[in-house]
Design a binder for this molecule. Sequence first.
Ligand code: AMP
Length: 412
Amino acid sequence: MKFEQYNISPLIKQSLDELGFKKPTDIQYKAIPSILKGDDVLAIAQTGTGKTAAFAIPVLHILHQRDRYNTRHQVKCLVMVPTRELAIQIAEVFVKLSKHTNLTILGLYGGVEQAPQIKKLEKGVDVLIATPGRMFDLVSQRHIDLTRVDILVLDEADHMLDLGFIKDIRDVMRYLPSRHQTLFFSATINEEIKDLAYSIVKNPIRIQISPKDPVSKNVSHAVAYVEMDDKRFFLERLIKEFPEKKILVFVRTKVRAERVFAAMERVGIQTLTMHGGKEQDDRLKVMNEFKKGNTKILIATDVSARGIDIEGIDYVVNYDLPDVPENYVHRIGRTGRGVQKGQAISFCSTEEKPLLDQIQQYMDKDIRVMTIDKTAYIETITFTEETPNDNWQLLLDEAEQEDAKRKKKKKK
Ligand code: AMP
């Protein structure tokens, strides 16, 4: 079924057309009709599946149809999200989809000045996409009135719980009118999330997208055994072999991010970094730069990257394996979004093998191993423009010795 055949406003269809969205993704196909009917929805879907549009399309249609005018400070749909990046990204999707309607959208998050946000809130907004901190701040200052919210969306509920927002989720319910529609989205599900979900949704329609394989079909992913000290050479080679590709590189800590940045700089590769140590202004600048593609390589930590949705990421590189197995899925879900294809490669060192085992257990599946034979390995660490280190010299010596042995054998 195509979007053309959906019973939604032509103004929204026009935006879908402009965005190049022709057919709904799985989650959209399953969620949109129920949301339009007014049902509560409980959906387990990872990023990259098209889940944002799965709620944004029907929400906008519902609000557009009601066509009631906003009064001061009132909000019609509240989307609660765990991070600023996610707030920005979801607001962007709403803005694009509502472009031809009169609906007003506002992304609200901390770390930036309040005054412009307050000004926008004065006239009321149809869709408010907010992180809890700043929202409660403005609610208590009476700049936001949540008593007329028709639809509550909780996005990345699992991440909200990880970040300790459970109390905020419960608190927000106190402000909402007793009759409202709730749309609950989470990438993963466990007992705690189930408890939370069932305490706030009513007879929900349950939707689960590919529960057995949490990795999108569009992502082909593999692991390569690369020792810690050699990882930078492999990254360098990948980047130099594919200069046109947009690559998102994940590292464990902000210190590692800056280290990899410096290592790439030494070999003439310009990269960007994104981690918890960056100011909000900087983060926005980095995201813009990467989005525009001026710089094609972004080195990020898990937390900072959680909300990232950048179109056309060709490669995700797990420079370090994630400590938490679920993050593997989140990370590689940054590529192969919507209907695009993506690739992911993880560098696993000897000491990281237990982490790899945990990830495979979590996914109940082995990750394909990209075998690098010794020659290719040595070629990669000699390929660098950096002054070679002792480590590869050792490997070279080893290879030479083996070669000599082989020749000797042949002679015999
Ligand atoms: P999300 O899971 O919401 O983060 O969306 C992932 C990506 O899929 C985004 O980059 C969207 O632009 C893209 N997308 C969402 N819905 C569709 C669709 N129906 N057709 C093509 N691309 C889509």
